[in-house]
Design a protein. Structure first.
Lengths: 201, 201
DNA sequence: ACCAGTTGTGTCACCGTTGACAGAACTTGC
DNA sequence: GCAAGTTCTGTCAACGGTGACACAACTGGT
C-alpha cells in the first residue's frame, strides 16, 4: 500500500486525491470529510483511494514519513566511527532548508494540531518513534549483525533510548513550548545531554 | 469503554462474551472469528460487545492491562526517596505468584503468539509502553508537579528511557530468548544496568 | 409496592478498511 | 500498429468500529 506510482495515470490520480482531500480537510474539517467525498471529488472510487493512501489520516503525516527517509540517509552519510549521539545530533540539526518543503511542512503541522485528536497524533508519533529507533538500530549494527540475544538487546536499548529521549523532546515541544524551530532544537539538545551525562534517578 | 461492570446482568454478559470469544478463538482462530459470531454465542448484539471490550483483540491483552494496574500499585508502595531504577526493578521482579493468574497469563500469551500478527502485538506493546512510561512519570512528579517545559522534559526523558529499556528487553525476549521467566528477568536486569552504567555509544 | 434515576441493551445508520475478481488502461517489444 | 504482459481501477461483499436515540432492566429511597 502507498507504493511509489508507476504510470502517468496513477500519479495523476494520486495528485487529484491529495488535492481533493486537503481541500476538503481545510474547508469542512478532517473528521467531517468522508473518504467517499474525497474519491468522488477526484473522480475515482473509494477502493482506489486506499490503493494510494494507507489510511485517511496518513495524508496528514506525509512529512513525517519523508523526514524519516531523510534521516536514514543523513545517518548513513556520517562517518562510521563517530559516537552515535553525535551522529544523531548532527543529523537532526542538519534538516533541509528547502523553503517550499518547510512551508508545506508547517502547513501540514498546523492542519494536524488544529484538526486531529491529540491522541491520534501521539499514537502516530509512537509509530514514527519506532521506525526512528529501527533506523538507529540498523545503523548501529551495520558492521557486524548481532547474533546472541544479549547483543540484540544492547543495540536495541541504545537505539530505543535515544529515540525515546528525542521524541520526549518533540512531545514536550508540541505541548509546552513556544513552537519555534530554535526551541525544538534546544529541547532535543537538552534531552540528549541528559541521556548522556546524567544517570537516571 | 471497557469500564468496570456495575450490575449483575452486566457482569454476566461480559463473562459470556469473554467465554464465547475465547472458545471461538481457540477452535477457529482469532481472525476467522467475527464479532457477530461472538455476540450471537453470548446472546447479545454486536453493539453490546463493544460496550464491554474496546476492540476484538483487546480480549487477548487483558493480562497486560491488569499488569499495568498492578505495576502502578507496586510503584506507589515503594518508599518515596528510593532511586527510581531500583523501585522499578523491585516492582518488576515482585510479580504476583498467584498460580491461577500465571496459568491464565501463559495461556493468553500462547494464544497471542500463535494467532496474532507479530505486527499487531508489537503495536499493542507500544501502547502499553507508553502507559508504563506515564506511570513512571506520574510517580516521578508526584511530589511537586513540573511547571516549566524543561522540568516536564526532564521527567519525561527519565520515564520514557526506562520504559524503552524495559520493553526492549521484553521484545528481545519474545523474539530471541528461551521464553522462561528467569530469562526475562535476566534481560530486564541487563537492559536497566546498561541504562544506568554505560553512556550510549 | 411504587417512583425516579441510573445503567445496560437493541436498533439503526453510518464510516473506515480490506480481500477477491474482472475488466480497462497502460507499457514494452516487435 | 499489434499482441502480450503488467499495472490500475471498478465492483462487490464483508468486517471492525462508533454515535444517537429509544427502551428495558436494575438501583435506591419511601
Amino acid at each position: 500500500m502507498a507504493r511509489e506510482p508507476q504510470t502517468v495515470r496513477s500519479t495523476r490520480t494520486r495528485a487529484a486525491l491529495r488535492r481533493a482531500a486537503l481541500s476538503r480537510f481545510m474547508t469542512q474539517g478532517v473528521e467531517a470529510t468522508s473518504v467517499e467525498q474525497i474519491a468522488a471529488d477526484a473522480g475515482v472510487t473509494v477502493r482506489t483511494f486506499y490503493r494510494h493512501f494507507a489510511t485517511k489520516h496518513d495524508l496528514l503525516f506525509a512529512d513525517y514519513d519523508a523526514g524519516l527517509h531523510w534521516f536514514r540517509a543523513a545517518l548513513a552519510s556520517r562517518p562510521a566511527d563517530e559516537p552515535l549521539v553525535q551522529s544523531v545530533q548532527a543529523a537532526i540539526f542538519a534538516f533541509p532548508q528547502d523553503v517550499d518543503a518547510i512551508a508545506q511542512m508547517t502547513q501540514m503541522a498546523a492542519l494536524r494540531v488544529e484538526q486531529l485528536d491529540h491522541d491520534r497524533i501521539v499514537r502516530h508519533l509512537r509509530g514514527v518513534e519506532a521506525d526512528f529507533a529501527r533506523a538507529l538500530s540498523d545503523h548501529l549494527t551495520r558492521r557486524e549483525p548481532p547474533v546472541t540475544a544479549d547483543e540484540h538487546l544492547a543495540a536495541a536499548v541504545t537505539a530505543r533510548t535515544l529515540a525515546a529521549a528525542t521524541f520526549a523532546a518533540m512531545e514536550t515541544w508540541m505541548v509546552h513550548g513556544e513552537r519555534t524551530m530554535a526551541e525544538l532544537s534546544r529541547l532535543c539538545q537538552l534531552a540528549l545531554d541528559q541521556l548522556r551525562h546524567e544517570a537516571p534517578v
